[in-house]
Ligand binder design. Structure first.
Ligand SMILES: [Zn+2]
Length: 221
């Protein structure tokens, strides 16, 4: 199912809204919670498609998106509470977080607040120049724990912001959709059968695949 099948692609960038760079690094202002609850897979990698949808196809810690790295294959699965501290949580869906390799490595072995259980947007803010700032002590902890202010990460954020601004100025709808749109390969979670069921079956209705199928998924986010 491609984007074009259900939603008309606009001819002009302005139809996508203005100030598109402001979509790039917006942490949730509310506690996200979890919409899915698959259970019983024998290895945590089997939860990947659920986690992709759960965390909107981006790293829950730094907000880098699949299209900005190498698609889903460029992403990893993190244990919010590290495996060594919480062996029982290795296959606990609510302990799993979709992450980029950078953040997974930066975080290795330490616990930071679970991004599904805490509103990171109350603690973190990314400025127009790509610099990340803490709004409170939690923000300081997240920046330090995940090295979110590392110069390489700051320059990567700055580059993404510049490309989005340039594409908007040049009215390049396709580049904006590539950068800020949902991936083409949205997982169809309705077809999955978690071995021990799904504690939050209603979440499938609001999965991106189903939203796109019903024509209710936005073109960009
Ligand atoms: Zn990351």
């Amino acid at each position: 199912m491609s984007k074009a099948e259900h939603v008309a692609v606009p001819a002009d960038v302005s139809e996508l809204g203005g100030a598109l760079d402001q979509h790039c690094f917006v942490y949730p202002q509310q506690i996200p919670g979890r919409k899915h609850g698959p259970q019983g897979y024998a290895y945590y990698e089997a939860y990947r498609d659920w986690l992709r949808d759960e965390f909107s196809f981006r790293c829950a810690y730094c907000l880098m998106r699949e299209p900005w790295l190498r698609g889903s294959s460029g992403f990893q699965i993190d244990h919010s509470i590290p495996q060594a501290q919480y062996p029982a949580g290795i296959l606990d869906y609510d302990n799993l977080v979709y992450t980029c390799p950078w953040c997974n490595q930066a975080k290795a072995g330490i616990a930071v607040p679970n991004p599904a259980e805490v509103a990171y947007g109350k603690a973190l803010q990314v400025n127009e120049d790509g610099i990340i700032q803490a709004k409170n002590d939690l923000g300081l902890l997240l920046i330090e724990g995940l090295k979110l202010d590392h110069p390489e990460l700051t320059s990567q954020r700055r580059l993404v912001l510049r490309i989005v601004r340039l594409a908007e100025a040049k009215n390049s709808v396709s580049v904006i959709l590539n950068l800020l749109g949902y991936p083409d390969d949205l997982p169809n979670l309705r077809r999955k059968r978690p071995p021990a069921g799904n504690t939050r079956p209603d979440g499938i209705h609001s999965s991106c695949y189903q939203l796109r199928y019903r024509g209710e998924l936005g073109l960009i986010y």
